[in-house]
Design a protein around this ligand. Sequence first.
Ligand code: GUN
Length: 281
Amino acid sequence: MTAQLIDGNALSKQLRTEVAQRAAALRTRGITPGLAVVLVGENPASQVYVRNKVKACEDGGLYSVLEKHPADLSEAALLARVEALNNDPAIHGILVQLPLPAHIDAQKVIEAIAPAKDVDGFHVASAGALMTGSSGFWPCTPYGCMKMLESIGYDLRGKHAVVIGRSNIVGKPMALMLLQKNATVTICHSATPDLKAMTLQADVIVAAVGKRNVLTADMVKPGAVVIDVGMNRNDEGKLCGDVDFAGVKEVAGYITPVPGGVGPMTITMLLVNTLEAAERG
Ligand code: GUN
């Protein structure tokens, strides 16, 4: 069997068209959804990410400001900037790009963001809201994965979902979102003794480790849905995920490619969250 692709670019395009329409509707009420992106230092990958986020805002009719600060910005100065953005009525979403320089306590900065503007969904209040099923912002990457499952009409009720990885940004929130849709969820990680025994039972596998070939064809039940969150480089320097795509696509029912899968969905869900923040007022 050859798996069907879940095309993150195509789905993003569709969702971004909806975002642009909703942003236009808000503008007629005198509200332009606004995102502030804060970058500290010169991490090259972060520079690319923030540029893409700002560009996506412009394309979607959202207002965005990119604040670039030198690497030696003090923690107190960054906290003061966050506070100013919390109080800025033109800004509905605040994103502080991670990683931050070592002298800044990233969690402290995240907790300083007003939960109503936490469009990254990293604040403990957002995490708590997801855990308890109350209203808050969902982290963009797992939220994008859920949209991908929704796009194929996949009903998670009673299905076994295996999440590989337990980060606060992807693995843990992913597991909670799958649980909220009534899947039976297993979280696997570096101390899981027999990963293959777990993944072979899975109807849905989400690989979010950050290591190539974590999931190979022999570990996948025929017809399973495979979502690849990984962003790695192979020996030729080409972008690849955590999944051995060439092998697994012969076994899985659905699979997300890298690039063109989860990656574009992350930025799309950031736009969705920012729009939602503006709509909530
Ligand atoms: N660094 C890498 N990915 C992300 C993200 O989604 N949000 C933030 N704030 N920083 C990141």
